[in-house]
Design a protein around this ligand. Structure first.
Ligand code: ATP
Ligand code: MG
Length: 593
């Protein structure tokens, strides 16, 4: 391919709306163009990268016996009604684009394919003899993300490889899950990425075990916690740890005390020389349920701990026996809209009376109370008195009404001691989720009544696994992990081209013809080569070559008359001035060891 024919438009300046290096470099390097919010065109260079990644993914999936297929992107709403996910995925903060056809039937644009693939399996796989089956596809997915950003990292239209496996029993599912885990490690390694497998929350997809693969990078949206000994790694959404010991509360004062204006833990502790671990803080929230219900929630946490929203939503979903669409802090305005009296925010205790919800217009008039273990384990503590400007000191759970068992609702954080070994601490890194594998179990096969006949001749729902890789996100994550000030440094295995021959001065006949013959030589040897034959200044071409990030560059310049060229390795800028025939040999040896 000749650069003069590549429709290459590179940008000198950093585009205003691109915040992170990989997004800036892909835009500047002419890899992608924004078409709308979270919608990007993959330009020819990008498409080559995506195809190389796809080829690796396809090879590894085929190697483990997965079958490639292609499922529709238009999903009839009935399928999603049957799994019970239509409402959650389309209402409120739901991410499924949905539309009505000319007959007035509702359809969704596929954000994921459990429904479609499970119902197909239910029709086609009748006997345990046909199992296991592992189906995969590589396809554009649609998600109406609330905050599309960072280019391909969080698009509203993006490329995913998704696979779904069907099994006669849990054990077989677990063995395929392990095989897929290994295949994923191989894929990321072959793509030149450092990806850490971490324990993950299963989220709206549901199921038992799940693991994410995180490309470690500053710009990552996820926080991951890794134990110093490397034996434990988890997404913070899911991570567990041993909390620090609480400071024991002095037995001195007890009962009601006046705390005028001290509505924050910080102010309260400063004024009374308490440690935040001696306080039980109470958060008031409102959960919006799938059936339209609105459930006031009261969460008690130790004062030095932070609420983990994912753990909270999971606990609420379990207790409300239905998906929780959203859970957000409850404000004074919310109360007045319900026709309720104000509450003493900042002075609320775990035993706030349900009577304050009586007469609410639409809310369920009872608090759902949840208590984090750290709070529950305090034998004596300070908490709000449910009255403005008052707290209670040396309170204990024995005397508070409506106490529940403690559950884990707190964020684990860096520095915490590990559960598997309290002598080891957690450290944190930021990560970009490039893959996610799940043991779904029978959630979807049961919901969609998809069954096979087992060895004993009985009908049974399938055991299922599902496995995703964000192909387009992975491509950008590779740039995030491999770049320098001058541009992208593609890992050789996924670079759009393996080598570029740059002619310093195309008007110079000697340079032009040497470059042409080197380029042809590379092509003849099966190398994916690019020839920068533009009549630009040499400086412009060198800058572009750095920006675009092709792993190897042969520069044909003034020394061409003596048969000398420069062989440059992009990643470390190693430059060798050598005879052109040696450059060819060295390059071929490097590319095909
Ligand atoms: P996230 O937590 O980042 O929103 P997710 O957990 O919802 O992602 P999955 O349903 O696990 O995503 O999808 C499988 C893979 O698809 C993810 O691991 C990720 O690499 C990729 N992916 C998900 N959403 C997007 C998106 N909006 N843009 C690009 N890639 C995405
Ligand atoms: Mg995920």
């Amino acid at each position: 391919m000749r650069v003069s024919r590549l429709m290459l438009v590179t940008l000198r300046d950093v585009p205003a709306d691109a915040e992170i290096p990989s997004h800036q470099l892909l835009l500047r390097g002419g890899y992608i163009r924004r078409v709308g919010a979270g919608i990007y065109a993959y330009l020819p260079l990008m498409w080559r990268v995506l195809q190389r990644i796809t080829a690796i993914v396809r090879e590894e999936m085929n190697r483990v016996g997965a079958l490639e297929t292609l499922l529709p992107q238009l999903h009839p709403s009935e399928l999603w009604q049957r799994s019970g996910r239509w409402q959650g995925y389309t209402a409120g903060e739901g991410i499924m684009f949905h539309l009505e056809d000319r007959q007035g039937r509702e359809l969704g644009l596929g954000p994921t394919h459990e429904e479609v693939v499970t119902s197909l399996a239910g029709e086609l796989l009748r006997s345990y003899r046909q199992l296991p089956v592992n189906l995969y596809q590589i396809q554009t997915k649609f998600r109406d993300e609330i905050r599309p950003r960072f280019g391909l990292m969080r698009g509203r239209e993006f490329i995913m490889k998704d696979a779904y496996s069907f099994h006669a029993n849990d054990e077989d599912l677990r063995s395929t899950y392990a095989v897929m885990d290994q295949a994923y490690r191989t894929i990321f390694e072959r793509c030149g990425l450092e990806a850490v497998p971490v324990d993950a929350d299963s989220g709206a997809i549901g199921g038992a075990a799940s693991q994410e693969f995180m490309v470690t990078a500053e710009a990552g949206e996820d926080l991951i916690l890794i134990s110093e000994d490397g034996l434990y790694a988890a997404n913070q959404e899911k991570a567990i740890s041993k909390p620090s010991e609480a400071v024991v509360l002095d037995k001195g004062v007890s009962g009601l005390i006046e705390t005028p204006g001290l509505s924050s833990i910080k102010e309260l502790c400063e004024a009374h020389h308490w440690d935040p671990s001696q306080i039980v803080k109470v958060l008031l929230l409102l959960a919006r349920l799938e059936d339209g219900g609105e459930q006031p929630v009261l969460v008690s946490l130790r004062g030095d701990q932070e609420l983990n929203e994912v753990k909270l939503v999971n606990a609420l979903t379990e207790r409300c026996r239905q998906p929780v669409l959203e859970c957000s802090p409850l404000s004074a305005d919310d109360l007045s809209r319900q026709g309720l009296a104000g509450l003493p925010f900042g002075f609320i205790g775990p035993d706030l009376d349900d009577a304050c919800l009586e007469g609410a217009r639409s809310w369920i008039p009872r608090f759902l109370r949840l208590t984090d273990c750290t709070a529950r384990e305090l034998s004596r503590f300070v908490c709000g008195a449910n009255h403005p400007d008052q707290h209670r000191v040396n309170e204990s759970w024995d005397v508070l009404s409506g106490v529940q068992d403690g559950i884990d609702l707190r964020n684990a954080t860096a520095g915490d001691r590990c559960v598997h070994n309290p002598d080891v601490r957690l450290t944190e890194k930021r990560g970009i989720e490039v893959g996610h594998i799940f043991q779904l179990g029978r959630k979807y096969s049961e919901a969609l009544s998809c069954q096979f006949t087992n060895e004993a001749g009985k009908s049974e729902a399938f055991w299922m696994g599902c496995y995703g890789i964000g192909i387009s996100r992975l491509a950008q994550a590779a740039v995030e992990q491999h770049h320098d000030d001058a541009g992208i440094c593609w890992p050789a295995s996924i670079a759009p081209f393996e080598a570029v021959v740059v002619v310093a001065n195309i008007q110079d006949q000697t340079q032009a013809s040497l470059a042409e013959s080197l380029y042809q030589g590379l092509i003849d040897q099966g190398v994916d080569a690019l020839l920068d034959d533009r009549s630009e200044r040499a400086g412009v071409k060198f800058k572009d070559a750095d920006l675009i990030g092709i792993p190897w560059r042969i520069v044909v310049g003034r020394d061409a008359s003596e048969g000398l060229v420069e062989l440059v390795r992009r990643a470390d800028r190693d430059v060798r001035k050598i005879p052109h025939s040696d450059a060819m040999k060295t390059l071929l040896r490097e590319l095909r060891p």
